[in-house]
Design a protein around this ligand. Sequence first.
Ligand code: ADP
Ligand code: ASP
Ligand code: MG
Length: 449
Amino acid sequence: MTKIIVAKFGGSSMADAVAMRRSANVALEHKANLVTVSATYGTTNNLIKLSKTALTSDWEACEVIVNEIIEKHHSIASDLGLTDLTELDKLLSEVKTISKGINLLRDCSAKAFDAIQSLGERMSSLLFTRALELAWEGNKTVSNFDIRKVLRTDDQFGKAQPIIKEIRSLCNEHLSKCKTGEEIYVTQGFIGQSEDGHTTTLGRGGSDYSAALIAEGLGADILQIWTDVAGIATTDPRIVPEAKLMSEITFSEAAELATFGAKILHPTTLTPALREGISVYVGSSYEPHATGTWIKGECSDAPLIRAMAIKKEQSLLTLSTPKMLHSHGFLYEIFKIFNQYKVSVDSITTSEISVSLTVEDSTLLNKKLITELETLATVKVEENLCLVSLIGNNINHTAGLAGQIFNALGDINVRMICLGASKHNFCFLVDASRAHEAVQKLHTHFIGE
Ligand code: ADP
Ligand code: ASP
Ligand code: MG
C-alpha cells in the first residue's frame, strides 16, 4: 500500500517565489499527500510588530508595516504568475482592518492577536498552492484547505491546546480525498479554531505541531519536516558551526532537545507522532537530497551525550521559608499557584527550606503571580539566565560525568543543576552572557571539532 505522507515547510522554505517553487518540487518528489506551511519568512514577526505598533503609535506608523506586508505578498504572487488576487487581497485587507481596530481601540485582546497572526499562514498557503500547481503541471488537483475546519482547539489564545478526538474525527470527515492521492492539499500550520469558531494559534513555531496533529488525524505513515538545515545537528549550528548533522536520533532524545530549546522542532511535535507510531524525518528544502535525520524508536547506537541545547530567557525563582522545615504540602501550595496562572516550570531543585525553579522570563510580567507566591515565602528572582542541556543516554547512571562537565566549563559559573530525573538529560543554568561559550566548550569536549 502506498504510504500517506504529511510534509511541513517552515518560514525559510516559504521565503520568496524561488524558495516556494523549490519547496513545491520537494513536496512533489517526496510524494506528499498534504502539505502544511508556515507564514512567509519574517511575516509572523511583522504581524506581531504591527499589533504592538497599533497599540502604541499612530496609524501612519502602522501603515508602513501594512504596506511592507502587502508588497511582499504581492511580489511573491506576481513572481508566481498568480493573476487572480481576490483571495489574497481579501486577507491583506483583513490585516489592515484588524490592525486599524487595534489602533482605534488601543486594545489588542488575545483573540485579536491570534486573528492577526493567523493571516501569515493563511496568505502563504494561498501562494504555495499556486507554486504547487506550477510544479504539478496540471497532473493533479491542488486544493487550498482551511485547517480551521479540522484543527479544533480550546480557547487559550496564543497557546491553544488541540482537542485530539475531534481533530481525528474531523480529519476523517474532510480529508479523505488527499488520503487516496486524488488531490493534494495545502494547508496552514500554526493556526486552529476554538469550538465557538474563533481562530487560535498553537504558540510560536507551532507549525511543526500542526503538521504532527494532522498526520495523526490522517493516520499518516510519515511526517516530513522541511526546514533550512539538512537535519538535526548535535547542537544549533548557529552557535557551534562545527555541529554535526545526525542521520538518526531517538524520539526521547529529540523530544528532550525540542523541550529544552532546540528551535528545529516545536516542543510538542513528537507527541502525536509517538502516539501513532508515525516516522518523522527532518530535512532541508534547500538540499533535499542530503541525508537528513530520521527520528526513531531505537537507533543503532546510544551515546552518553548525543546533542545539546540552550533554552533562552529563563528566570530562576527561589522561594524560601522556614515553614517548609519538616512540613508537608508546601510544594503542592506553590504548584497550585503556577497551575492557576497556567505557568509551566521547566526544572526544579529543593532544599530543606527553599525551592528553586525556572520559568520563562515573560512569566515575571505577571505581577499577581509573584505577589501570590510571596504570601507563601520570600521570593528571590534572578533574570537573564539560560538553561543548557546535555542530551543522551544513561546520563543519571554514569560515574564521572558531572566532573567532566564542570571541567569543560572551566570558570563559567553554574547556577541551578538538574540531574537524576531523566536518563536522557543533564541541565543547568548559566548567565545568558556565557551560555553560547558553555555550549561551545561542552561540544568540543563531548562531540569534538
Ligand atoms: P522553520 O522556519 O523551518 O520552522 P526554524 O527556524 O524554526 O525553521 O528551525 C530551524 C533552525 O533551528 C535552524 O536554522 C537552526 O538554527 C535551529 N536549530 C536549533 N537547534 C538545532 C539543532 N540541534 N539542529 C539543527 N538546527 C537547530
Ligand atoms: N509562523 C509561526 C511562527 O513564526 C509558526 C511557525 O512558523 O511554525 O512562529
Ligand atoms: Mg520552526
